[in-house]
Design a protein around this ligand. Structure first.
Ligand SMILES: Nc1ncnc2c1ncn2[C@@H]1O[C@H](COP(=O)(O)OP(=O)(O)OP(=O)(O)O)[C@@H](O)[C@H]1O
Ligand SMILES: [Mg+2]
Length: 307
C-alpha cells in the first residue's frame, strides 16, 4: 500500500538524515525502530508530506504522493513527536476545530465521531478541560484522538509511547492494534518492546539507512543459537569487549551481564540464551558501529605494516 523507493533527505545544514531508504508497508502496524538521530522523524515527516525529500519516490495505493501531496493529506492521521504549545482550549473544542479543518462539516457527524474517539482514548470524562492542563499521558491520548479524526487510511505516530507510564502504554498499544486492522499504521520508536509486542512487520533504521526489515519472529529466528550470556565483574567488561563480540551489557545487582553473539560457545561459563528482538536490535547496532570503526581506522592502521 505504501511504497518508498530510494528516499534520501539532506537538510540545508548538510546533514544527510535519510540515505536511499526503500520500504514496502502493507496494512497493519509497522514498527520503525532506531536510536536517537537515526532519521525516524525525518522519514515520518517526509511520508506525511510536511517536507520534500532530496531524492526518491513515495507512493500510496500506487499514487505518487510527492507530486500530489493532497492525495495523502486528505487521508492522513499524524501524531508528531513534538506537538509544540497546547492552546488554552478544551479538548472537545480543539477536536471539533481540527475536525472542521479535516473537512467534517456536518455538526452531528462531528459530534458523534468526537464522542467515539473520546471514549476510545479514555478522555471523555476530561473532555471539557483545557488540553494545556493535561498530563503527558493525556496529551499523548489527545494526540492519537486528533490523528484518528476523519477516518484516516494512513496513520503515522512518531515515538508515541515515550513518557507514558506502563498502564498508559498498554492502553495505547491496544488502541493502535484495534485501529490498524485494515489501514497502514506506522509507529516510530526507540523502544524495542513497542515493536515486539505490537508489530507484525518492522524495520531498523540507523544513521539514515534501513539496516534490516522483516517480521520480528523471522528476524529473531535468523540469530537463534548465536546469543550467549555471562555474568562478569564490572572491571572485566573492557577485556570482554576486546575479546568477544559483545552486543550488550547491563548491570544486575552489582554484577555485569554481557550478551555475546557467536556461532559457538565463546568460552567456558557462557550460557546459550534464547534470542529476542532486543538481541536483534543490539546485534544490528553493534554491526553498524563495528563497520564505522573499521572505516575510521587511523591511516597508520590501514594497508600493511610500518617498521
Ligand atoms: N530540520 C532539520 N534541520 C537540520 N538537521 C535536522 C533537521 N531535523 C533533523 N535533523 C538531523 O537529521 C538527523 C536525523 O534526525 P531525526 O530527528 O530524523 O532522527 P530521529 O530518529 O527521529 O531521532 P530521535 O529518536 O531523537 O527523535 C539528525 O542528525 C538530526 O540532527
Ligand atoms: Mg524523532
Amino acid at each position: 500500500m505504501l511504497t518508498i523507493r530510494n528516499l534520501s533527505k539532506t537538510y540545508d545544514n548538510g546533514v544527510q538524515a535519510l540515505k536511499s531508504v526503500s520500504l514496502d508497508i502493507e496494512a497493519g502496524l509497522f514498527g520503525l525502530l532506531g536510536p536517537n538521530g537515526a532519521g525516524k522523524s525525518s522519514l515520518m515527516r517526509t511520508i506525511a508530506t510536511l517536507q520534500q525529500p532530496s531524492h526518491g519516490q513515495i507512493s500510496f495505493d500506487n499514487k505518487d504522493i510527492i507530486k500530489n501531496p493532497n492525495i495523502v493529506r486528505s487521508c492522513l492521521g499524524y501524531l508528531p513527536q513534538e506537538f509544540g504549545v497546547y492552546p488554552k482550549v478544551s479538548c472537545y473544542d480543539l477536536l471539533d476545530h481540527l475536525a472542521l479543518l479535516k473537512g467534517i462539516t456536518d455538526k452531528s457527524q462531528r459530534k458523534s465521531q468526537i464522542d467515539n474517539l473520546l471514549h476510545q482514548t479514555n478522555l471523555y470524562d476530561v473532555r471539557k478541560k483545557d488540553v494545556s492542563s493535561y498530563s503527558g499521558g493525556m496529551r499523548q491520548r489527545f494526540g492519537i484522538a486528533q490523528a484518528l479524526l476523519g477516518s484516516p487510511q494512513l496513520i503515522i505516530v512518531d515515538e508515541p509511547t515515550a513518557g507514558l507510564d506502563p498502564q498508559e502504554r498498554n492502553r495505547f498499544h491496544n488502541l493502535l492494534c484495534e485501529i490498524s486492522e485494515n489501514i497502514v499504521v506506522i509507529l516510530s520508536t526507540h523502544i524495542v518492546e513497542d515493536v515486539s509486542q505490537l508489530c507484525p512487520n518492522m524495520a531498523i533504521i540507523i544513521d539514515g539507512e534501513i539496516q534490516l526489515q522483516g517480521k520480528p519472529a523471522q528476524l529473531i529466528e535468523n540469530i537463534e543459537g548465536t546469543i550467549w550470556s555471562k555474568m562478569i565483574n564490572k572491571d572485566q567488561l573492557t577485556h570482554y569487549k576486546k575479546q568477544f563480540n559483545v552486543i550488550s551489557d547491563r548491570l544486575i545487582i552489582g554484577k555485569t551481564q554481557i550478551s555475546v553473539q557467536s556461532d559457538f560457545q565463546p568460552e567456558i561459563g557462557f550460557e546459550p540464551v534464547q534470542a529476542n528482538l532486543e538481541d536483534v536490535y543490539f546485534s544490528t547496532l553493534n554491526q553498524v558501529s563495528q563497520m564505522k570503526k573499521d572505516q575510521v581506522k587511523p591511516s597508520w592502521a590501514v594497508g600493511g605494516s610500518h617498521a
